[in-house]
Ligand binder design. Sequence first.
Ligand code: UDP
Length: 448
Amino acid sequence: MEEIRQKRVLMIPAPFEGHLPSMMNLASFLCSKGFAITIVRTQYNFYDISADFPGINFFTIDDGLSESDMSSLGLLDFILELNSLCEPLLKKFLTLKDDFDFIIHDEFVYFPRQVAQDLNLPKMVFSASSAATSISRCMLMENQDKWLHHGEEARSKLEELVPKFHPFRYKDLPVTAYGSMERLMLLYHNVSKRDTSSGIIHNSSSCLENVFTSAAEDTWGVQVYPVGPLHMTDSAVTCPSLFEEERNCLEWLDKQETNSVIYISMGSLAMTQKEEFVEMAMGLIQSNQPFLWVIRPGSITGQNSVDSLPEQFSQALTHGDRAFVVSWAPQKEVLRHRAVGGFWNHCGWNSSLESISSGVPMICRPYSGDQRVNTRLMTHVWQTAFEVEGELDREIVETAVRKLIVGDEGKEMRRRANELKKQVEDSVRIGGSSYSALMSLVDSIMSS
Ligand code: UDP
């Protein structure tokens, strides 16, 4: 009998904290379905994760980029540079090792696109963000001139709803804090070229954004696979992080009352101005609610540590039971803890999915890029969060925390978050929409 050859899939994640784990969960799933998986990683941000994925092969591309290149170039130019450097390196690798049947690459590492085309290999794009974000980039490219004007009139235009993209306003489109509009447009242009792919995989679910996954299919004319949240699938593996988790915060949470704690984390990249940070600290203390706060080293602009904070704050941290500060938390476990009643977050897509899948309502404080889009989904589509806009002071922080944790509006948001959690859980079970999308992805790769 003729033996059926295992399909060999090459997967290329983007080297960022918010991108690698979701692609690794997809890799684990495909591996569990019998595909032979090879992961190509960049040398930049490399740390060894192979021990956690024993069935998967790893290969590293020697891009020669370092943390200091990231600091000097800025995120946007860094990504553009990474893509130009890696394209010939991948081509060389694939010329030497030409036994792959299929490529899946993260949308922000688009360098495999031309290589795959040259070698006649079928490919798909993986987006670690929502389908709404994919569309919002196109909307921004069409309307970029709106950000060129200044003054009252221009500002009020940004408040208007984007036609055919409700409930998003122009100001919710994913502009960036990490570089110029011109460079952003170049990046989005590259990221949004998808018509030569045989599909787009989103770490999202139809139950969360059916309208936008359908709109993405219309926009690119290819099949969209909303397969997430991937961290909830049976084959999901916790991917090690660049940062070291401080797990003792879970013991502290055990001592707190149910739904009483506000958890604050701004993901792996967002920076906070020192003035805002101090107001945040004072507002949290004034709120009288227990809080667990992730203060990532280097995340406060111009400050390396929390040493120069107001004395009252240091005292509250060292002498009270009401506060716990860590430099990195086991976030998924924290959000699932019964004591956590709310999440103050920048609305990164992973954090947003993790809060939904734990039934935790949020206070959104978006900084850049897709965080604005995710905020609008949270506040106006799912209604499990509210946004705190503009300059922060301690009274605003105090009021927001109390509104979410003890107020009636917060309770209602928690109720809706729990309903959404059930829908998301159903979507990843056998027969659910995300499960079915994963199975059709398998069929599509098999028949390619
Ligand atoms: N995260 C974590 N511990 C922390 C802060 C964040 O494990 O203390 C994880 C979080 O669970 C999420 C990821 O880091 O999976 C952040 O991704 P997200 O898309 O939310 O934001 P980004 O870092 O891309 O801005």
